[in-house]
Write a protein that binds this ligand. Structure first.
Ligand SMILES: NC(=O)c1ccc[n+]([C@@H]2O[C@H](COP(=O)([O-])OP(=O)(O)OC[C@H]3O[C@@H](n4cnc5c(N)ncnc54)[C@H](OP(=O)(O)O)[C@@H]3O)[C@@H](O)[C@H]2O)c1
Length: 348
C-alpha cells in the first residue's frame, strides 16, 4: 500500500491531548503529526515529544495558535481543550470549514442536538460545507455510559430499565480540576456554586443519556435531571497539593435520571472522592440492563479517564476519516478499536 501517512493536528496538550500525543508517538504508525498547539507559554517553541514527555521522539515544534496548525494542512485534528461548547465552538467550526475532521473530548460536543441545537446546527453546516466530520467522544461521554451501554443492550430481549454506577478516586487530580468538580468547598459554598453554575461536577450525563435513548429509539419525557450529594470530610483528606481540611467537600455523588413513558428509565450514578475506599465505595464501573434477559457488566478496576479518553480519541481516527461529512456522534460511527498502522487500515 502506497498511501501517504495521515496528517494529524493536535490542539490542547493538557492531560488528554498530551496522552493522545504520547500514544501516537510511542505506539502507532502510518501518520504524521503536522502541527500541535497549546496555550501554555512554556511549551511553545519546544519539540512536541519533549512537551508531552514522550519516550519516542517525533512531532513538530509546538505553536501557540490553532491557526498555525491549520496552516500546516492536517486532515484530522485531535482537539482537547475544554468541556463547554461556548469555549470550543468557534475552533471546531474553523477546523470544519477548513475541511479538517475533528475528534474531541469536549463533553457537550458528544450530543449537542437538544441542549445546544443552534450550535449543533452551526457545526454541522460548517462540517458539511467543508467536507469534514466532527465527533465528540471520550470515556464518559463517548464510551462507558453510552456506546458500551447501548452495545450491552444488543443481547437484551427487552429493556425495562438501565442503571449505571462509576466511582473514581480523584486524589491524583490537580487543585484546579478539584475546584471545578466541587471538591474543597464548605457545604454552603458547594450548594451556592451549583446554583451559580461555577461548580459543574461531571459534565456529560445528559449527553450520555440522550445518546443511549436515541440509539434505542426511545424518546425521553423531558430533560435529564441531575442531583448532587456532597460528602464532607470528617478528617483532613490528603491530595497531591496538600490537604482538604475537615468540614469541606472531599467528594460527591452525582445522580442523573431520564424518564421514558412516565417511568424512571435511566439512572446513572457517579461518585468522585478523594478516598473512596475508606468511604465504602469500590472504584469500579458497572452497568445493568434490566429486562427479560438482564445484562450486568462490571469493569474492575474502573476505567482511568486519561488513558481511556486519549485512546478513544486516537482509536476513533479511522472511523472519522471514513465517515460522511457532518456533526456525528459515537452512535453513528463504528465502535472505535485499537489500530496500529493508519496507512494500511482498511477504513481509510
Ligand atoms: N469525554 C470524556 O470522557 C472526557 C474525559 C476526560 C476529559 N474530558 C474533557 O476534555 C477536556 C480536556 O481535558 P484535559 O484533562 O486535557 O484538560 P487540561 O489538562 O486542562 O488541558 C487542556 C489544555 O488545553 C489548553 N487550551 C485551552 N484552550 C486552548 C486553545 N484554544 N488552543 C490551544 N490550547 C488550549 C489549556 O491551556 P490553559 O490551561 O492555558 O487554558 C490546557 O493546557 C476537558 O474539558 C475535560 O473535561 C472529557
Amino acid at each position: 500500500m502506497n498511501r501517504p501517512p495521515v496528517r494529524i493536528g493536535l490542539c490542547g496538550l493538557g492531560s488528554i491531548g498530551g496522552a493522545a500525543a504520547r500514544l501516537l508517538l510511542e505506539h502507532r504508525t502510518g501518520f504524521e503529526i503536522v502541527g500541535a498547539a497549546t496555550k501554555e507559554p512554556d511549551a511553545v517553541g519546544r519539540p512536541l515529544h519533549e512537551v508531552v514527555g514522550s519516550a519516542a521522539r517525533g512531532g513538530p515544534v509546538v505553536v501557540g495558535d490553532l491557526a498555525d496548525v491549520l496552516a500546516a494542512g492536517p486532515e484530522i485534528m485531535l482537539y482537547a481543550t475544554g468541556s463547554f461548547l461556548r469555549d470550543t465552538e468557534d475552533d471546531v467550526v474553523a477546523c470544519a470549514q477548513a475541511g479538517v475532521d475533528v475528534v474531541s473530548p469536549c463533553e457537550e460536543l458528544a450530543f449537542p442536538f437538544t441542549r445546544h441545537a443552534p450550535v449543533a446546527a452551526r457545526i454541522d453546516a460548517a462540517a458539511r460545507e467543508g467536507g469534514a466530520t466532527v465527533l465528540g467522544t471520550g470515556v464518559n461521554p463517548g464510551f462507558l455510559f453510552d456506546s458500551l451501554l447501548a452495545a450491552a443492550t444488543g443481547v437484551s430481549w427487552d429493556v425495562r430499565a438501565i442503571r449505571g454506577h462509576r466511582a473514581v478516586d480523584v486524589s491524583g487530580f490537580g487543585e484546579n480540576i478539584h475546584r471545578r468538580l466541587g471538591i474543597g468547598y464548605t457545604p454552603e459554598e458547594f450548594e451556592e456554586g451549583h446554583q451559580a453554575g461555577t461548580i459543574a461536577g461531571h459534565v456529560g450525563f445528559p449527553e450520555s443519556i440522550e445518546l443511549v435513548c436515541e440509539r434505542l429509539g426511545l424518546l425521553l419525557d423531558g430533560p435529564v435531571t441531575e442531583r448532587f450529594e456532597p460528602f464532607v470530610a470528617q478528617t483532613a483528606a490528603p491530595t497531591r497539593y496538600g490537604h482538604v481540611p475537615a468540614g469541606r467537600t472531599e467528594g460527591f455523588r452525582q445522580r442523573a435520571t431520564g424518564h421514558v413513558g412516565g417511568q424512571l428509565f435511566v439512572r446513572l450514578d457517579l461518585v468522585l472522592h478523594l478516598r473512596p475506599r475508606s468511604a465504602g465505595f469500590e472504584t469500579v464501573d458497572s452497568i445493568s440492563v434490566e429486562g427479560l434477559h438482564p445484562v450486568n457488566l462490571t469493569l474492575s478496576p474502573g476505567m482511568d479517564a486519561i488513558p481511556a479518553t486519549s485512546a478513544q480519541l486516537v482509536n476513533s481516527i479511522p472511523g472519522v476519516l471514513q465517515a460522511a461529512p457532518g456533526l456525528r456522534t459515537v452512535k453513528d460511527l463504528p465502535v472505535a478499536a485499537a489500530w496500529h498502522d493508519l496507512q494500511s487500515h482498511p477504513f481509510r
